[in-house]
Design a protein around this ligand. Structure first.
Ligand SMILES: Nc1nc2c(ncn2[C@@H]2O[C@H](COP(=O)(O)OP(=O)(O)OP(=O)(O)O)[C@@H](O)[C@H]2O)c(=O)[nH]1
Length: 960
């Protein structure tokens, strides 16, 4: 190279620099501040149209091209350069080129000349277009901001770490939040130091995979927070190229929530499984054309297969009962073709061959318009199905039974009071099954007659309060035909409200009309007399109780009358029993007609009736009615061609004047009736309380007598019987005395009559016999072979075994010779049936016991007795003996008796001989035997023995 002069070299150098500058696209400028001259060099200024302008216009034009927004910045940058504060100047601003586009230019300048105070005089510089560079920088800045935002806002923990030591280089806020640490505490530390992983093994696993594959993709890892809680996540790590050291960026995707949902799902799935097992509900899945692909354990159990065993390929063939093959296949087919759910109850064949009922439900699973699966549930319903069948069978049986028993069924809504029943129930109501509205519920009150409603309401009320018991009510149901049926209804509550009251009752109805009629008939029979139809004793008792209560309540009198027909027996005897019956029926009718409707007449039996007359005010009221009754009864009764009359004897009493109980009232009326009979019949008597009291006294007296007997207060005295002519003692009559502890010695007249007809009479008789026999023995022992006579009451003698009984008594005294005991029977005593008495007397005679007829002449049947009884002696009654001296009649009787005795060949003895004259008269009439005060009074046996030894007959008797 040739050497150049320095100026040439400098100019060349300048040219080279300018060329270099232009090659980079830049331009050069020079600013002469002294001359305010701005010079532009280079092609750079061409696109701005500057070089085409004359030199002097260029500065202003250039300024006009600048963007107004950048003016202030440009000026601000320039100010310190101009003032000389600084020499270098750099500014970027926008300039519009000739096509109107804004271009960014960077201007750099440097002060090359200054005045002495430092102010710039000349500045030179270059200008380059930096539009592209700024665009690139701007894009980079935007990208950086974008990524930073993502990085910062990323919800997953992320960061960068060194591969070499695992130190964290950068971490995002999510990472800090996860760790609960500030960024500064993390960056620069290793995961091991921070104990980020649940186990050290976690990190080594991560690093191994990273080393092996150069990255890690979604590795499941478990991190832990400083408080020890575990965080499940998926770790991804990628290498990041950095200048100086090998790093990787990582993102840890927190899957705690997913994990929790997964675990919850698993838990609920296991719960579902458990619920399925409990409900015997199995879950299954089928693939179309392939059959089952999944069965839960319950499905296996239902089919009797061990859980987990291979699923049956030919399910229908193997496990669906043949009768259900078509149904089941159709359901599956329709499910696939028409995408419809199905629900079947079918029988399946278990592995052990047993047929069981199963319910199966299926639904199609559609994906991309195609049924890809069928899933569903199955349930073992065998038990309920069989129970259902049993219920159906029972129901059928019940229906059959109910039909056979003609029972109707009903359902009673106790809240609304509506009742609804089946066909038979409706038929009982007289409704036709096809009748319009027949099956509609009706108010229960419409099912019966108004009279029965209160009774049913009471039963309903009772049942409501005690619903454990049955509802049981019988009511009447009117029929269209006009009749009435009796329907019994039995019910049981089946539902209750909160307070336990029944709200619904089910029950049955039965037609009990025949039973009811039968019952009524029985009731009639039980309470009425079959012959007359009048109330009987049972119904009377009820009526009487009611009438008594009514009388008490109303304060009126109740008449209770006892009526017995007079002379009814002869009607029977003469006209026959049927005629008697007819008369009774007519009499009953007459009685009914003679009485008021409120009165009551009942038949006790035979010809006895009771009349109840309520609402009376006095005995006059009662007697007026009874008069009327008697008149009615006394009218003639026609029996066939004949006509008879009967009368009535009535006794009555008035309640509560006679304040007795029902039975006693009847007894009182009966007693009064008895008195009416006694008084001659065809009359009525009111019950007399005074005579009742007297009767009571008799009873009390009898009791006293009984006590006296047991306390040995009775004694036998002996009254001698003598032969007046011979002056000899021929025997003694034992006469009883009561040695009364207070009243002294009482004669038999004061106590024997009260004994008559009572049970005591016989007991007393036994005592008399025993005592008399004792006395006979005593006499015998004293050498006195005298017979002792005792008085025997007719009832005692008439006892069937009297003779045997007496023989037994006498057998106790074997030492007594025959004839030691004699008996005397009073003819006034009623000897009804003479034949047996005659037999007894014959038997006695054989035993050596002779019989005397006492008080002869005072009775009516004396002659009959004499003729028919085997007697030995007759005794002339003392009343005739006492009167024979003054009364021709008595004398005639005495003579007659003596004559009769002679003709019947009886001995005759006179009683009550009180004077020697009477004895003489008797002797004259041919009666030698006598007893009486004139001879001796009755005396104790000791005295008697003594008396016998000293007695002598009065002289007049001894003369022939
Ligand atoms: N025809 C008929 N007679 C009966 C019936 N029941 C009882 N008797 C008879 O009725 C009679 C009633 O006897 P009494 O009352 O002593 O007969 P009476 O002739 O009225 O006598 P007094 O009552 O003493 O006046 C007896 O002969 C019974 O056999 C019956 O149902 N029909």
């Amino acid at each position: 190279m040739n050497a150049m002069d320095p100026l040439q070299a400098l100019s060349q150098r300048e040219q080279e620099l300018l060329t270099t500058l232009e090659a980079t696209g830049g331009g050069r400028w020079t600013w002469d501040l002294r001359n305010h001259q701005l010079s532009f060099h280079g092609d750079f200024y061409r696109p701005y149209g500057l070089l085409e302008l004359p030199e002097r216009q260029r500065t202003a034009y250039w300024r006009s091209l600048q963007h107004p927004d950048d003016m202030a910045v440009t000026a601000a940058q320039l100010r310190p350069v101009l003032s000389g504060k600084t020499k270098n100047y750099e500014v970027e601003f926008r300039v519009r080129n000739t096509v109107g586009s804004w271009r960014w230019v960077r201007v750099r300048g440097c002060t090359t000349a200054q005045e002495h105070r430092g102010r710039a005089l000349r500045i030179v510089g270059i200008i380059t277009d930096v539009t592209e560079q700024r665009a690139t920088e701007e894009a980079l800045r935007a990208s950086e901001a974008k990524y930073n935002t993502i990085y910062q806002a990323l919800p997953d923990p992320a960061g960068m770490a060194r591969v070499a030591d695992g130190c964290f280089v950068e971490v995002n806020p999510a990472f800090c939040t996860l760790m609960g640490l500030p960024r500064e505490s993390i960056v620069g530390h290793t995961s091991a130091a921070l104990k980020i992983w649940a186990t050290p093994h976690e990190r080594s696993r991560l690093m191994q995979l990273y080393q092996r594959h150069g990255k890690v993709d979604k590795l499941p890892m478990v991190a832990q927070r400083p408080d020890g809680t575990k965080v499940h996540g998926l770790m991804s790590a990628y290498p990041v190229p950095t200048a100086d050291e090998e790093c990787f960026v990582f993102v840890f995707h927190d899957i705690t929530r997913e994990q929790r949902i997964y675990e919850e799902l698993q838990a609920s799935n296991s719960l579902l499984q458990q619920a399925g097992r409990l409900a015997r509900l199995g879950v299954w899945e089928d693939l179309p054309g392939r059959g089952p692909v999944y069965w839960s354990d319950v499905c296996y159990e239902i089919h009797g297969l061990p859980p987990g065993s291979p699923l049956p390929r030919d399910y229908v063939q193997r496990h669906v009962a043949p009768t259900w093959h078509d149904t089941f296949r159709n359901a599956l087919r329709q499910c696939i073709r028409q995408r419809v759910e199905w629900n079947l109850e079918i029988e399946i064949v278990r592995a052990d061959g047993r047929l069981v009922w199963m319910r199966a439900l299926g639904e199609p699973v559609v994906e991309e318009g195609r049924v890809v699966r069928i899933r569903g549930v199955m349930q073992d319903i065998d038990a309920s199905k069989r129970a259902e069948a049993q219920v159906r069978e029972r129901e059928a049986l019940l229906s059959l039974t109910m039909a056979a028993a003609s029972l109707g069924r009903w359902d009673w809504d106790m809240q609304t009071g509506l009742i609804q029943g089946d066909v038979r129930w409706r038929a009982m109501r007289g409704l036709h099954p096809n009748e319009e509205g027949a099956s509609e519920p009706v108010p229960w009150q419409q099912c019966t007659v108004a009279e029965d409603v209160p009774k049913i309401a009471r039963e309903l009320d009772r049942h409501t309060r005690h619903s454990v018991t049955h509802f049981d009510a019988t009511w009447r149901v009117p029929q269209h035909s006009g009749g009435m049926r009796w329907i019994r209804n039995l019910g049981k509550s089946v539902a209750h409200d909160v307070s336990g009251h029944p709200v619904r009752m089910l029950g049955v109805s039965m037609d009990v009309t025949p039973q009811h009629e039968h019952e009524q008939q029985l009731h009639r029979l039980a309470h009425h007399d079959a012959l007359t139809g009048l109330p009987n004793r049972v119904l009377l008792a009820r009526c009487l109780t009611q009438a008594m209560e009514q009388a008490r309540t109303l304060g009126t009198l109740l008449g209770v009358a006892y009526l017995d027909l007079d002379g009814f027996k002869p009607v029977n005897d003469q006209h026959g029993h049927e005629a008697g019956d007819h008369l009774l029926v007519v009499a009953a009718n007459r009685l009914t007609h003679a009485l008021r409707a409120t009165d009551c007449v009942a038949r006790l039996g035979g010809d006895e009736f009771i009349i109840l007359l309520p609402g009376l005010h006095s005995s006059i009221d009662c007697e007026q009615t009874l008069h009327h009754v008697m008149e009615g009864l006394a009218a003639p009764y026609s029996l066939g061609h004949e006509s008879v009359t009967v009368t009535a004897s009535i006794g009555y009493t008035l309640y509560p004047q006679d304040d007795a109980d029902a039975d006693t009232l009847l007894r009182h009326a009966d007693q009064a009736m008895y008195h009416a009979k006694q008084a001659g019949r065809n009359r009525f008597f009111q019950f007399d309380a005074a005579s009742e009291r007297a009767a009571q006294q008799v009873l009390a007296h009898t009791a006293r007598l009984h006590t006296a007997l047991t306390q040995h207060q009775f004694v036998l005295y002996l009254q001698p019987k003598v032969d007046m002519r011979q002056g000899t003692v021929i025997g003694a009559e034992a006469l009883v005395r009561w040695n009364h502890p207070e009243k002294g010695l009482l004669a038999p007249g004061s106590f024997l009559p009260q004994m008559q007809g009572t049970a005591l009479e016989t007991i007393f008789g036994a005592w008399v016999v025993d005592t008399a026999l004792d006395m006979a023995v005593t006499l015998h022992n004293h050498g006195l072979l005298l017979p002792v006579s005792i008085n025997i009451a007719a009832p005692h003698l008439q006892q069937a075994d009297f003779a045997d009984w007496l023989a037994q008594r006498m057998a106790c005294y074997p030492q007594l010779p025959k004839g030691s005991l004699r008996i005397e029977i009073t003819e006034t005593a009623a000897l009804y049936n003479l034949e047996p008495v005659a037999q007894t007397l014959l038997q006695l005679r054989e035993m050596g016991v002779c019989t005397a007829l006492d008080d002869f002449g005072t009775g009516y049947s004396s002659l009959t007795y004499l003729r028919r009884l085997p007697l030995e002696t007759i005794k002339i009654d003392q009343s005739f003996v006492r009167g024979m001296a003054d009364d021709a009649g008595d004398l005639a009787i005495v003579q007659g008796v003596i004559g009769l005795a002679r003709s019947f060949d009886y001995r005759v003895i006179a009683e009550g001989v009180e004077t020697v004259a009477q004895g003489s008269m008797l002797l004259q009439m041919g009666c030698n035997l006598a007893q009486g005060y004139c001879i001796a009074q009755a005396m104790p046996i000791e005295e008697f023995i003594e008396w016998v030894g000293r007695w002598q007959a009065p002289l007049p008797w001894q003369q022939p």
